[in-house]
Design a protein. Structure first.
Length: 202
């Protein structure tokens, strides 16, 4: 799994341009991100209890991703726009030497840009698992950590009836946790089989 630390804060600390409190916060954030990545990897390899999903914010909605369908979690990389592509196809990023298409799932669903989930520093790219056969990454506004489906109950979607009527199979499962927060489960394996997803050009 990729490390998610930013070396710029180390440099800031070295030249004294960052306050001790800022350095400490960044250190705690790096530690949390490292622990999260380790837990994700453990769950994917069967070392943890099954039924775990990765919780993320996408377009202001809490979503669940199957750990077996995702690859890496990393900070956003520079993206090169692709001419004559749909607005939900943000462009190509060089991720570990591979050109990877970056998808704004909120825009793909017609809900506007995924820019309302918090600070830009919290955004992450989440790559698809190699087994899906697509070099793609989702833009997530925030990573919320691991969640267990066993701790949730199936729930009807909160979206208006007109929106629910056309909901595709890859986002038709909804759950509610003990705090009353509703989650939408994103099935990436079904998403990549959707014809519209394969047509990035206008």
């Amino acid at each position: 799994m990729a490390g998610v630390g930013d070396t710029s804060d180390i440099a800031d600390a070295a030249d004294g341009s960052a306050s001790p409190a800022s350095v400490e916060r960044r250190s705690r954030l790096r530690q949390y991100q490292t622990q999260l990545l380790e837990r994700v990897q453990a769950a994917k390899t069967g070392a943890a209890v099954g039924g775990r999903e990765l919780g993320v914010m996408i377009g202001g909605r809490a979503c669940l991703l199957d750990l077996t369908q995702i690859g890496e979690i990393m900070p956003p990389q520079p993206v090169t726009r692709v001419p004559l592509a749909h607005d939900w196809y943000l462009g190509l990023a060089n991720i570990r030497g591979n050109l990877t298409g970056v998808i704004d799932l909120a825009r793909y669903q017609g809900r506007g840009a995924d820019n309302d989930d918090g600070a830009a520093s919290e955004r992450r790219f989440i790559t698809f698992a190699p087994g899906l056969g697509f070099n793609c990454a989702l833009l997530a506004g925030r990573v919320l950590g691991l969640r267990k489906l066993a701790d949730m109950t199936a729930a009807p979607p909160s979206a208006p009836a007109s929106e629910r009527a056309g909901a595709p199979a890859w986002c038709s499962q909804h759950f509610e946790d003990a705090d009353g927060l509703q989650w939408t489960r994103i099935d990436l394996a079904q998403l990549v089989r959707e014809p519209r997803f394969l047509l990035v050009g206008l």
